[in-house]
Design a protein around this ligand. Structure first.
Ligand SMILES: [Zn+2]
Length: 338
């Protein structure tokens, strides 16, 4: 068989995305249209001004812009528009399955009805799923900076979901000041109600945060995972517990958590045999996409087809999709990557 050029291989690879925030899929153009929908045209910043806000000097500044975007959502059908916007982009990248994070609490506490919000997201997903080969599930992400009570409220919302899309809960935000040990009860509570659990760890805090997130919170996937020392206790624990590592390289560069893309440990991790996946995190806000994450990996490290296949299969195996669907997708990936 003739060897495919790497860009064609990446395009054709059936992809799974496990770490992407619905709110973070907002692009400057989408943000502009959202502002125009709800306020007088003359008060809406120009596209250029909005694009400039997407350059972050620090992780905190990124969180500020994230908050401003969330405050621009006023009605449940804004989330219909956003879900359509993201899923069309995802389907165009041959993403077949995604577990999308969102934090409904941010907009529910500002007056949007939770059931209506979920109904709009579900309607959008059903429409795109009917016309494209893609499936979307949801993970409700607890904002740790807002404390235990809010995280519990988010997890309670996950339990109340009636759309059948919510399969897991997570924890995001400032892990250095709001450590894993504070959320034990909340994670137990979610699991007792049949939900899977994941968490951001190793984004802005290091090894101990990842150890605690696995040992105490029993998270099945970690988001970001920067700073895993070779031959460490953490490395052994990841293997023993079968934890998947969801890496978000361009996100870490954009929020200045690492100084350059070359500093990201993605290739080191792959060669050490860690079960890593590539993800876009907040693609609209970082000008990235899952395709771009794969293409960057390929440009920097010239991986073999087999290595790219491993990345794609890690995402299938680390997902919460049914076993039968995993087997089908893995077979398809193997056929392409031989
Ligand atoms: Zn994230």
């Amino acid at each position: 068989m003739e060897k495919k050029p790497i860009t064609a291989l990446i395009r054709d690879l059936p992809k799974v995305e496990l770490h992407v925030h619905l709110e973070g899929t907002v692009t400057p153009a989408f943000w502009k249209s959202l502002l125009e929908k709800h306020q007088a045209a003359e008060s809406v910043p120009s596209l250029e001004e909005l694009e400039n806000r997407f350059q972050y000097a620090s992780f905190d500044q990124f969180l500020e812009v994230f908050r401003d975007i969330i405050f621009s959502f006023k009605t449940p059908d804004d989330f219909y528009d956003l879900t359509i916007h993201y899923l069309h982009q995802a389907a165009a990248q041959n993403i077949r399955y995604c577990e999308v994070m969102m934090t409904p609490w941010f907009v529910v506490q500002r007056g949007i009805d939770y059931r209506e919000l979920m109904a709009e997201i579900n309607k959008a997903a059903r429409e795109v799923e009917a016309s494209h080969d893609i499936e979307m599930k949801l993970i409700l992400d607890g904002p740790r900076n807002f404390g235990k009570k809010v995280v519990k409220e988010v997890f309670y919302m996950a339990i109340q979901d009636q759309t059948g899309r919510v399969i897991a809960v997570g924890l995001g935000g400032d892990e250095a000041n709001y450590p894993a040990e504070d959320y034990l009860e909340e994670f137990d509570y979610a699991r007792a109600h049949g939900l899977q659990t994941i968490a951001h760890a190793g984004e802005t805090a290091g090894e101990q945060s990842m150890l605690d997130t696995i040992n105490l919170l029993k998270a099945k996937r970690l988001g970001h995972c920067l700073g895993i020392p070779k031959n460490s206790e953490l490395e052994k624990l990841i293997e023993k517990e079968g934890v998947t590592l969801d890496l978000c390289p361009w996100s870490n560069v954009n929020t200045k958590v690492i100084a350059s893309i070359e500093e990201h440990p993605m290739y080191d991790y792959l060669t050490r045999g860690y079960p890593i996946t590539l993800n876009s995190d907040d693609p609209g806000m970082f000008g990235t996409s899952l395709m771009k994450e794969y293409e960057t990996f390929a440009d920097l490290y010239k991986p073999s087809a087999e290595q790219l296949g491993t990345l794609a299969k890690n995402a299938v195996n680390g997902s919460f999709m049914p076993e039968g669907k995993k087997i089908e997708l893995i077979r398809e990936i193997d056929n392409i990557c031989i």
